[in-house]
Write a protein that binds this ligand. Structure first.
Ligand code: COA
Length: 246
């Protein structure tokens, strides 16, 4: 998800990490200096920025202002209308999760995203456990906040859910797989492609036209899965962090 152009306080992240955090997405070089002045005036401890990987000018301005690159992410999309009906492969069942599953899926999300390679975990000043807990809370909140997810899918062919995915509705027929992964003990057995097929079947059944998804650039294995399913890359971006004295 890209950040808005003008800096604003990220209330949820601030409460979670216990420091004032703000985000912005510069579109021109002077937006960077403006955002830093704004952050100083607003007692922001951590200012996070995102820009397209193609904008070397912004990357250099952010570096000049003391920002450190924390991750590079890539976004893909699939035109569902151009695809015939998608079928799950044999041996992998799934169902839509309900409120009673919230605790199990929250715990699973914490295990799946422990030591993840995203910008939170990559920042040595943010405690690793608190970064991991962010994903656990995100998954838990998805059960009560429809802005976070329209549905949560879980893999159910084991005693314990082997995978989960949060599915978001952006309107206009555009859906997104916003968070998902495979339980550490179930990895390396092809569950990720099972997850993807069930998500795509859900979007097809609910008449979505486009499905988007993003990940960190070094997450190469799952990008191969996406490419085999017909997804195409359309965006690459960087995330930067700058810590300010408060
Ligand atoms: C990444 C992840 C989903 C892979 O799950 P998995 O069930 O082990 O994946 P699969 O067995 O279905 O393999 C899918 C592909 O990824 C590759 N892969 C899996 N783990 C890998 C690893 N650690 N390093 C490199 N490639 C890997 C597999 O070789 C396979 O590619 P191939 O079909 O071209 O051989 C899982 O490790 C995970 O949940 N990680 C943390 C969260 C995450 O990254 N979520 C997705 C993006 S937000």
């Amino acid at each position: 998800m890209n950040y808005r152009r003008d800096p604003s306080v990220s209330e949820w992240d601030s409460a979670h990490f216990g420091v004032r955090i703000a985000t912005f997405g510069p579109t021109e070089e002077r937006g960077v200096t403006h955002a830093v002045s704004w952050a100083q005036a607003n007692e922001i401890a951590l200012l996070m920025a995102r820009c397209p990987a193609s904008r070397t000018d912004l990357t250099l301005s952010l570096a000049k202002e003391g920002f450190t690159m924390m991750d590079t992410f890539v976004r893909y999309k699939l035109d569902l209308l151009a695809h015939p009906e998608i079928q799950a492969k044999p041996g992998g069942a799934a169902r839509e999760a309900c409120q009673a599953d919230a605790s199990e899926i929250s715990q699973l999300a914490g295990e799946v995203f422990a030591n993840y390679i995203g910008h939170f975990h990559n920042d040595p000043r943010l405690p690793g456990d608190t970064c991991t807990d962010l994903y656990a809370q995100w998954a838990r909140n998805a059960f009560t906040d429809t802005k976070l997810a329209r549905a949560v899918l879980i893999g159910v062919d084991n005693a314990r859910s082997s995978w989960f995915a949060l599915l978001k509705d952006h309107g206009d027929g555009i859906g997104e797989i916003v968070l998902g992964g495979v339980a550490p003990e179930a990895r390396g057995q092809g569950y990720y492609s099972t997850l993807m097929l069930h998500c795509l079947m859900w979007f097809q059944a609910h008449n979505f036209a486009i499905v988007e998804i993003d990940t960190q650039l070094p997450n190469l294995g799952i990008q191969r899965v996406w490419q085999r399913l017909g997804f195409e890359i359309f965006y690459a971006g960087h995330t930067f962090h700058k810590w300010l004295p408060v």
